[in-house]
Design a protein. Structure first.
Length: 319
């Protein structure tokens, strides 16, 4: 079934855009004042999914692609929507805080460290779609105090990592929306797990529904259409990310509300048209958890992919 997304993104010709906020000045954010990345690739602002009759307005602070506003890639207050798209962003100490129109805290970054030097802290939306907090005049990629890429919602964009890093004590996991028009935390997750082996695993309410082949203990890279990918597995890290090979393209890997993992890529065409290429993942039917049941063996090279280990017979001879 094809799921369609409808968003109300109120944009006015007189809208004001900024790319940075600073700790010395609260930022009044609304549908008329968003944060736009320097090259106008991504927008950080309020959006409202379509609502059915009788349902109160639910406004969310999120990041979306400027050319494809229906493609929301990150949501801040996904489990605490606002009734009106008017608020204030403040940098308090080293935390980014969202306040509603009454000054009540709706969401914050929840960092525990403090700004002992009382240095100026800035927040900026980058052209990668990453919102970063860092000290003023520190533009290095390693100097972030906090970044949205470390706390994904349901989607990965180019150069955004999935997986865990022992040094930073961060485990980046995708968590689906609750429904096609509800960004709150859903039933499905997709992440990297390390037991005896490292694998990517999709779960529904905590129970596995899909797992990949084991990741090897090495660095691995490869090519898909329009993107390259990188897998790193060490004792301290197990991560995956992809990189778009052409900056004019836009690609996103999303975990849908019904647990489907899909990569969508928009390719520019003449006359300002765009071709969308979708790829459902995974292709391997044997990755479906418990596909062949207890004591079963799954092998896609056979006409009947399910078989039994030595000494067992199938319950269903037609399987």
């Amino acid at each position: 079934m094809k799921v369609r997304f409808f968003f109300i993104l109120v944009l006015h010709l007189s809208s004001k855009y900024d790319s940075k906020i600073v700790s010395t000045e609260p930022f009044k954010i609304s549908t008329r004042r968003n944060i736009l990345s320097p090259e106008k690739v991504f927008v950080f602002g309020f959006f409202k999914p379509s609502t059915t009759s009788g349902v109160a307005d639910r406004w969310y602070l999120g990041i979306w692609h400027h050319r494809f506003p229906q493609e929301v890639v990150w949501v801040a207050n996904r489990d605490n929507p606002m009734s009106k798209p008017v608020g204030t962003l403040k940098i308090l100490d080293t935390n980014l805080v969202l306040l509603d129109q009454h000054g009540t805290r709706v969401w914050w970054t929840n960092r525990t460290s403090t700004n002992l030097m009382k240095s100026l802290v800035t927040g900026e939306l980058l052209d990668s779609g990453n919102f970063v907090l860092r000290y003023f005049n520190n533009d290095s990629s390693t100097g972030c105090l906090w970044q949205s890429f470390d706390f994904p919602t349901d989607a990965l964009v180019s150069n955004m990592k999935l997986g865990f890093d022992a040094k930073s004590n961060i485990n980046r996991v995708l968590e689906s929306w609750r429904s096609s028009d509800d960004p709150s935390s859903g039933e499905f997750t997709y992440g990297v797990e390390r037991h005896e082996l490292v694998q990517s695993v999709t779960r529904k309410k905590g129970l596995p529904t899909f797992r990949s082949e084991p990741w090897k203990i090495k660095n691995e890279s490869g090519n898909f259409t329009y993107v390259t990918y990188n897998i790193t597995v060490t004792r301290e890290e197990a991560t995956y990310f992809f990189t778009v090979t052409n900056k004019t393209f836009f690609s996103i890997l999303r975990l849908s509300y019904n647990g489907v993992l899909k990569r969508s890529t928009w390719v520019p065409k003449p006359q300002q048209l765009w071709k969308r290429v979708d790829r459902i993942l995974p292709h391997d039917a044997c990755g479906l958890y418990n596909k062949c049941g207890p004591n079963g063996i799954c092998d896609t090279s056979r006409s009947r992919i399910c078989g039994c280990i030595h000494g067992f017979k199938p319950r269903d001879q037609e399987a």
